[in-house]
Design a protein around this ligand. Structure first.
Ligand code: HEM
Length: 409
């Protein structure tokens, strides 16, 4: 058997950058297969999609993330030395740090900070009569997560930090100026984070996420280098700010489905959770995750060697009609019917969190989204005419107008 079909192209990198979220689906349809081979950045790559593919991709210790993402993405999102670049027992050890820092109680405390920062910022929106949710949500999230983590920010510094975090996230899926701006901002932010780690180490051991990172010891009992500790500290802060996109998408969903706005008024936590999960399934964020094979493997009848590059289409898996009824319909009820499992639903990776590379921040994302949705449902605002189209070629996605709301009281 020949295995997954091969796309006839010399190199598809430019098509990926142009087509973005549509890249994988278009080729799956054209080649009549959920898996296909192509070339990206002049290298052979196997692209796979669906629940079975996610089970295969997330089997323990099968793929390393080293050398698995386009270099632009790697530098912007996960730097050298970060947990994502570790494998085996060193990875599991470091991952425990994230699980400990992101305990349910700690996430609830972060949620309370978020509410407080939202209320403080809302006074400004009322004064202006208007708020543009992107970047406003990033401002709220930056203030909340930095205060929660142990680095409270003065107002002008918070503006700057928020801009830096957002530029890094913006740059993650881009090439050219948007990416360079992200990288430039990254080095500034990293200097700041190293300063935070150094200050924490020079002070007393407070009970904060900052101290947990600063005093974390590796398997050999050594403190992390200042640089690595700073990278991991940023791995708590920056992705929390990235939840701003999910909040903007939540606002879009409330606008597109006013029946849900009504239904959520006075609803219980389960309905809010279902709504947020459907937002994470339906709207585009991470298009794919990548891995390099740690051992030879066979996929759909073809052998691949050690080091083979594989991309899992997470966006497509979240909309795979084999797993989801009417996947193109926004329907939070599906999460009350329990259609989802740890592999068919993978907006932040799949499988086991503690032993695999699945994102440790899903609890954070859902908690913050649910709190934001509660506040949006309670807030009196109108959505003036604007261009809410999401350009599928722009990664990470955001509506063109950034979602403007006009406050009515
Ligand atoms: C904003 C929404 C978020 C999205 C869309 C997202 C998405 C992802 C994805 C796709 C991965 C890679 C999974 C893989 O390689 O298999 C990942 C890993 C990771 N995320 Fe998130 N994430 C988000 C929020 C967060 C938050 C809030 C935190 C922490 C507070 C976080 C921390 C991490 C870390 C540390 C990793 C590396 C995990 C590992 O390699 O074991 N993320 N995330």
């Amino acid at each position: 058997m020949a295995g997954p079909p091969r796309e006839r192209t010399f190199d598809a990198t430019m098509s990926l950058l142009r087509e973005g979220y549509g890249f994988m689906g278009r080729r799956q349809a054209a080649l009549g297969s959920d898996s296909f081979r192509t070339r990206l950045m002049l290298q052979d790559v196997l692209c796979i999609m669906g629940e079975e593919a996610a089970r295969f991709f997330y089997a323990p210790d099968r793929f390393t993330r080293k050398g698995a993402l386009p270099p632009t993405t790697l530098l912007s999102l996960q730097d050298l030395g970060s947990v994502q670049r570790l494998d085996g027992s060193a990875h599991r050890w470091r991952k425990r740090l994230f699980l400990q820092v992101l305990s349910p109680e700690a996430v609830a405390r972060l949620g309370e900070r978020f509410d407080a920062e939202w209320d403080a910022r809302a006074a400004r929106w009322r004064e202006r009569g208007e708020a543009v949710l992107y970047p406003e949500m990033g401002q709220v999230l930056t203030r909340a997560v930095c205060a929660w983590a142990g680095s409270p920010l003065a107002d002008d510094e918070a503006d700057r930090r928020a801009g830096e975090f957002q530029a890094m996230i913006e740059g993650a899926g881009a090439v050219g100026p948007r990416n360079w701006t992200g990288l430039l901002r990254r080095s500034r932010t990293e200097r700041w984070a190293r300063g935070q780690i150094a200050d924490a180490r020079a002070g007393t051991h407070a009970d904060t996420p900052l101290a947990a990172v600063a005093f974390h010891r590796d398997e050999a009992g050594e403190l992390l280098s200042e640089r690595t500790a700073a990278v991991e500290y940023l791995n708590l802060l920056r992705p929390t700010v990235a939840v701003d996109r999910f909040i903007v998408f939540s606002a879009m969903a409330l606008h597109a489905h006013p029946e849900w706005r009504e239904r959520l008024r006075g609803a219980d936590g389960a309905s809010y959770a279902a709504f947020c999960q459907e937002v994470r399934r339906f709207y585009p964020f991470f298009p794919m995750v990548g891995g390099r094979a740690l051992q030879p493997f066979e996929w759909q009848g073809r052998r691949f060697g050690r080091g083979a590059w594989v991309l899992l289409d997470t966006h497509g898996t979240n909309r795979d009609p084999r797993a989801w009824r009417e996947p193109e319909r926004f329907d939070p009820e599906r999460f009350l019917r329990e259609e989802a499992n740890a592999y068919n639903f993978c907006p932040q990776g799949a499988g086991e969190v503690a032993s695999g590379h699945r994102c440790p921040g899903e609890g954070v994302a859902v908690e913050l989204m649910a709190r934001a949705v509660r506040r949006l449902v309670a807030m009196d605002y109108q959505v003036p005419p604007q261009d809410l189209a999401i350009d599928p070629g722009r990664m990470p996605a955001i509506p063109r107008s950034r979602f403007v709301v006009r406050l009515t009281c």
